[in-house]
Design a protein around this ligand. Sequence first.
Ligand SMILES: [Zn+2]
Length: 81
Amino acid sequence: MRRSVLRFVAWTIAPHQEPDAEPITHAMQCAACGEKSLPFEEEVEPAQLWALKHAGRTRHDAYREIITRPWRAVPAEGASR
Ligand SMILES: [Zn+2]
């Protein structure tokens, strides 16, 4: 019989806010046809403007906001790697 030993290490996870973190981005996706705006860094207004233009052109009126937020996992305090 083969035995495996797994070592569990506690980790914590938090939003990555260091200078080298990827930017937070906002995009908008049309719920009717699936078309998506580009991702815009930090501000939601450009994504909202895209949705308004899309609504004016297509009459599609339901949208979902797609927020991309970087997170970072690190070993918990006192845990060895
Ligand atoms: Zn659409």
